[in-house]
Design a protein around this ligand. Structure first.
Ligand code: AMP
Length: 405
């Protein structure tokens, strides 16, 4: 079965084609036959397309950008023509899986896309104005180019949609919850994939494990996983809540915003920009949202860079503690994404806070870039792992499971 994965962001479109043979999913994520990326912001009025294939072919092009549809058509063309051709024709594609950021309260699992599903995704654009419209655009582009192919929506929120109300609701007037103001959580595809992969590597039943997954990338969130589902997470109504991130603040006292509006005349738009793009590691350090550059500045004795990292780790420890409290204990702690997979110091400092409960890292295993490996010592009370998150592969698996159901 050949599955095309479409992962649309605000400024880029990543796509890949997987082939899954046989009646069972492979244990190891396969290498995609074909991968493509469109950078919509390459230059004003020009998009950049980059394509590469498993057998080493590469294609690059700058494409005039009036609307996105023709650029996506050109991207898909490289599947069945030119140097990067991997298919005889478009009809070889069996299914298309789309990452969709917001599924609201409607979707607890991935679904086959129907006109009703499209209407819901469009309605939910209110809650995810940057992402849901571009996700829908991707779905419609595939319809226009590939016709009546089965398409699947894989929602970032779905893994958290079974959170109990006591966790999902905010302590505000109940009427707000009735309007949909509640915690949804995000990064669900990554949290789910990492938990499933950890259980597979440990040869344990996922449903028996209490797991905290730490997705630490540019955006950061934790999930508390029990019985195979997220029962708590740090992101909320939007992906701004919870942990300190690259350029997002995470949780702050809402009265700060009221104060700034009242006393200093800030607008909602200004505050939204500041909290999303000018806060977090970048806002505190003044250096960058990229932890690598913050660590370089620390090596050069930059005091504010050190403060930013200390705050990042402090908040990470606090929220891991909160997730453990929701679970009533912890069997497996997982680190993933750019920071989680590549920053041994962050993992070591976060884990040190839980030494009191018998969690012990193996410092040799933690050093460097372990991938899909246990990094705790043999006598640790909690298994600590680094899992390489593979959201595109997770989306392809969801499609395969829906096709096989
Ligand atoms: P992601 O959103 O998962 O792609 O993660 C991107 C972030 O990961 C970057 O902004 C960096 O902060 C972080 N990152 C990537 N590589 C490293 C590294 N070697 N050391 C520390 N942080 C890293």
């Amino acid at each position: 079965m050949k599955i095309l994965v479409m992962n649309a962001g605000s400024s880029s479109q990543k796509s890949c084609l997987y082939q899954i043979d046989g009646e069972q999913l492979p244990d190891l994520p396969p290498v995609p036959l074909w991968e493509a990326q469109i950078d919509w912001t390459h230059q004003p009025g020009i998009a950049e397309l980059k394509v590469n294939t498993a057998n080493g072919a590469i294609h690059k092009a700058e494409i005039p950008l009036q609307s996105r549809g023709p650029v996506m058509a050109q991207m898909l063309d490289t599947l069945w023509s030119g140097a990067t051709q991997v298919l005889a024709s478009a009809s070889e594609i069996d299914m298309v899986g789309h990452r969709v950021v917001h599924g609201g309260q409607y979707y607890q699992d991935s679904v086959r896309i129907t006109p009703d599903v499209k209407t819901r995704i469009a309605e939910l654009a209110d809650l995810a104005p940057v992402h849901n419209p571009v996700n829908l655009e991707g779905i419609e582009a595939i319809e226009a180019i590939l016709g009546d192919l089965p398409q699947v929506a894989v929602f970032d929120t779905a893994f958290h949609a079974r959170m109990p109300e006591r966790t999902a609701l905010y302590p505000v007037p109940y009427a707000w919850a009735e309007q949909g103001i509640r915690r949804y959580g995000f990064h669900g595809t990554s949290h789910r994939y990492c938990a499933q992969r950890a259980a597979q590597l440990l040869n344990r039943d996922l449903k028996e494990l209490r797991i905290v997954t730490c997705h630490l990338g540019n955006g950061c969130s934790l999930a508390a996983i029990r019985d195979g589902y997220s029962i708590n997470t740090t992101m909320g109504f939007t992906p701004l809540d919870g942990l300190m991130m690259g350029s997002r603040s995470g949780a702050v006292d809402p009265s700060i915003l009221l104060y700034l509006i009242r006393e200093q005349g800030y607008s909602a738009e200004q505050l939204e920009t500041i909290l999303n793009q000018e806060s977090g590691l970048f806002g505190v350090s003044g250096v960058s949202n990229d932890l690598r550059l913050v660590m370089q500045a620390i090596a050069d004795s930059d005091v504010r860079a050190q403060l930013a990292l200390d705050m990042y780790i402090e908040r990470l420890k606090q929220f891991i503690g909160a997730m453990i409290a929701s679970l009533g204990g912890l069997d497996v702690l997982i680190f993933t994404a750019g920071v989680g997979e590549n920053a041994p110091n962050v993992r070591a400092e976060a884990c040190a806070a839980f030494a009191y409960m018998g969690l012990q890292l193996d410092l040799d295993r933690n050093s460097g870039r372990p991938r899909d490996q246990v990094i705790s010592s043999a006598d640790s009370s909690v298994v600590v792992m680094v899992i390489h998150t593979q959201e595109d592969w997770a989306i392809a698996r969801e499609c395969w499971q829906i096709a096989m159901a």
